[in-house]
Design a protein around this ligand. Sequence first.
Ligand code: GTP
Ligand code: MG
Length: 360
Amino acid sequence: FEGMTISELAKRTGQPISYLQYILVNVGEKIDSEFEPVSIDIAELVAMEVGVNVRRLHSNEGAELQPRPPVVTVMGHVDHGKTSLLDALRQTSVAAKEAGGITQHLGAFVVEMPSGASITFLDTPGHAAFSAMRARGAAVTDIVVLVVAADDGVMPQTLEAMAHAKAANVPIVVAINKCDKPAAEPERVKIQLGSEGLPLEEMGGDVQVVEVSAVTKSGLDKLEEALLLQAELMELKARVDGSAQAYVVEARLDRGRGPLATAIVKAGTLVSGQHVVVGAEWGRIRAIRNMVGKAMDMARPSMPIEIEGLKGLPMAGDDIIVVESEERARILSSGRKKKSERDRLRKIDEGRIETLEESQ
Ligand code: GTP
Ligand code: MG
């Protein structure tokens, strides 16, 4: 929709030009001519008002792309050691060591390796983060670490995680955990995974497998190496300049600081002080903090951050977009709220009609 004129918008939405002009006047936007391009915010607003679904396509055309760290989600069966593994990985970070091991508990964290390379891990329950993001058509996750306990083997949620990753077209790196246990049978796990259709590297496929222990911390360096290798193959890059496109990983209400959102920047640079619309909420970014709680002026791609200054609590998976002014943020947010309310009511209606049909 970027750079579209009112007359083009009318054609695309199938609405009369006069009606679109009426909407714009109502939200306080002055448009001199129907042939004048409108901003993407206004285009979205108009589209929402007439009930057309929009998704912002951020064009990277002509922009300089730079390598960015991979964003990794850990998934696997209950009790196979996802949380333990994340905690162990967190402790391998150079930054965590510098901070004396005291890190804030955010929904995401970065592990910096002595080599200077880094990996961003999502620390929210794998399934939750995944499905919310996927629903928005915006998988933030680049790679899935599939954790399988060496003493328990492939279980229902192992298969579920595999299916999720496949559906989202996200590559898997397998971490066979609990290899310190006497009952560990990593070879058996590999055979199970292979027969479930996962093409493991040692069987001629391209899925890497690493044997680890979250307790003894063995194999963690190998896992990190495998993730960096996978990332390298994917040539992960992002636009660094220009306005940010980011996603909420987790949100919570803090008594003193108000709504806080943990977010990952996908592209561009998020700057403190900017006006943003986050899902259906809005605000002005009062502070950006990194995972050790340090205030930052800005955030770049793949960096997990916590933002403060939103007026309401967003949801995991919500997108964060930067808008020009407070007024626009307010208008877009109320437009989105109205639209989601309309969608909700329509769903209830549809449900009612279905029930009626069934009962006949
Ligand atoms: P849910 O979040 O409930 O799905 O579990 P989880 O996958 O996060 O597992 P969690 O990290 O909570 O670990 C489950 C149990 O396994 C705990 O008692 C851990 O101490 C234990 N555990 C995790 N990793 C290892 C390991 O590498 N070796 C051994 N011996 N025990 C482990
Ligand atoms: Mg856990």
